[in-house]
Design a protein around this ligand. Structure first.
Ligand code: PGA
Ligand code: ZN
Length: 413
């Protein structure tokens, strides 16, 4: 639709960890047309756009009153009156206004809230239809995080995410069902083995385990217990988030201090023995050498995904493409901070032949915009946690709604 932005307003709401975050409403010709809420990471990459937090004592330092004021003041003054259908101009205006390379003055949380609310306000058809081009929409294969560790759990497990990937199905809903049944089977297994505790930030179970490899064994057993064929119907994906246990050039995992090469050999051994189709952040965010070495050896048998490595940033992705550091990228809107820049990074990755995965953050709200992005921009994969807790199921449920209008379930792996 077209029309002039007549008002913008932001407020603080709470995310799934109980931390403040920014929600923005966008009004066009006097009517509320779009609303969006910004997510927040825990294992954030140091090269991400800056999330503005108030500091101090209130809200344990995590208040967003400055970011909210920036939307209600400076950004509103600059954006009101602009044409709602010109997303590129809106985003450029905010980038210019901010004036820093990492959105640290106004805050990526302020800027992204406005950018997403404006996108929603500009659509007079379902959002995934609005952003899709040349009928290139498809339902993504979900990477479902059923066992949490790392910075998302208080367990002793180093690896952040053990995911199941239901790729051997003909429809999204069948794939989702298989993932849910596997999640339930894992719960039963953990009960049987006396290991069921709480869940982590993304809704996956979070047991203490004697070794990280035990997580692979448990997930593999859960797939079989749910009645599915591992590797054929459901495979495993990992988000190692290795930066979290990297220091002084060594990776501290399972009580050992490994070099990048040694850690790569451990992954290769796991690839020999488990149906793993994807490994995210296998190495630290600036350890390019280890990425390149591992990718050159394993790129034909596994998807290697840069999250903290690329932080959805075109300069970092361009370097990764040049040196073949990986063959896939994770896409998070708040790592770069605007809709336009996110779309450009997705295009850049696709042109280089990289696989693309749309992603939530560990701190989420009920906002489900990433589901529409995954479908409308045809990313083919989505990572949005366990099929539990409404901050995660909001995204799966939006995909269920979309699947009533669109049947193409991506055939991958
Ligand atoms: P984060 O975790 O949102 O805490 O960064 C998600 C991920 O690492 O993929
Ligand atoms: Zn990650």
């Amino acid at each position: 639709m077209s029309g002039a932005i007549s008002d913008l307003s932001a407020r603080m709401i709470l995310d799934s960890r109980g931390n403040p975050t920014v929600e923005v409403s966008c009004f066009v010709d006097g009517e509320l047309r779009g609303r969006a809420a910004v997510p927040s990471g825990a294992s954030t990459g140091s090269h991400e756009a800056v999330e503005l937090r108030d500091g101090g004592k209130r809200w344990s330092g995590k208040g967003v009153s400055t970011a909210v004021s920036n939307v209600n003041g400076e950004i509103r003054d600059a954006i009101v009156g602009m044409e709602i259908s010109d997303q590129v101009a809106i985003d450029s205006r905010m980038i210019e206004l901010d004036g820093t390379h990492n959105k640290s003055r106004l805050g990526a949380n302020a800027i992204l809230g406005v950018s997403m609310a404006c996108l929603r306000a500009s659509a007079n058809v379902p959002l995934w239809v609005h952003i899709s081009s040349e009928n290139n929409a498809s339902l993504p294969v979900p990477l479902m995080n059923i066992l949490n560790g790392g910075a998302h759990a208080s367990s002793n497990v180093d690896i952040q995410e053990f995911m199941v990937v239901p790729h051997g199905f003909n429809s999204f809903i069948e794939g989702l069902r298989a993932g849910v049944e596997t999640y339930n089977a894992l719960r039963e297994l953990l009960i049987d083995e006396g290991m069921l505790g709480g869940v982590g930030d993304e809704g996956g179970f979070a047991p203490d385990l004697p070794r990280n490899e035990e997580g692979l064994r448990l997930v593999l057993s859960a797939i079989a217990k749910a009645g599915y064929s591992p590797g054929e119907q459901i495979s495993i994906a990992l988000d190692v988030a290795a930066q979290e246990f990297y220091s002084n050039g060594k990776y501290s995992i399972d009580g050992e201090n490994l070099t990048g090469s040694e850690l790569g050999n451990k992954y290769s051994d796991w690839l020999d023995r488990f149906p793993i189709v994807s490994i995210e952040d296998p190495f630290g965010e600036d350890d390019w050498e280890s990425w390149v070495e591992f990718t050159s050896r394993e790129e034909t048998r596994v998807q290697i995904v840069g999250d903290d490595l690329y932080v959805t940033n075109p300069e970092r992705l361009s370097h990764g493409i040049e040196c073949a550091a990986s063959n896939a990228i994770l896409i998070k809107l708040n790592q770069i901070g605007t809709v336009t820049e996110t779309i450009n990074v997705i295009k850049m990755a696709k042109e280089a032949g990289f696989a693309t995965i749309m992603s939530h953050r560990s701190g989420e709200t009920s906002d489900d915009i990433i589901s529409d992005f995954a479908v409308g921009l045809d990313l083919k994969q989505i990572k949005t946690g366990a099929p539990a807790r409404s901050d995660r199921t909001a995204k799966y449920n939006q995909l269920i709604r979309i699947s009533e209008q669109l049947q193409d379930y991506c055939q991958l792996f």
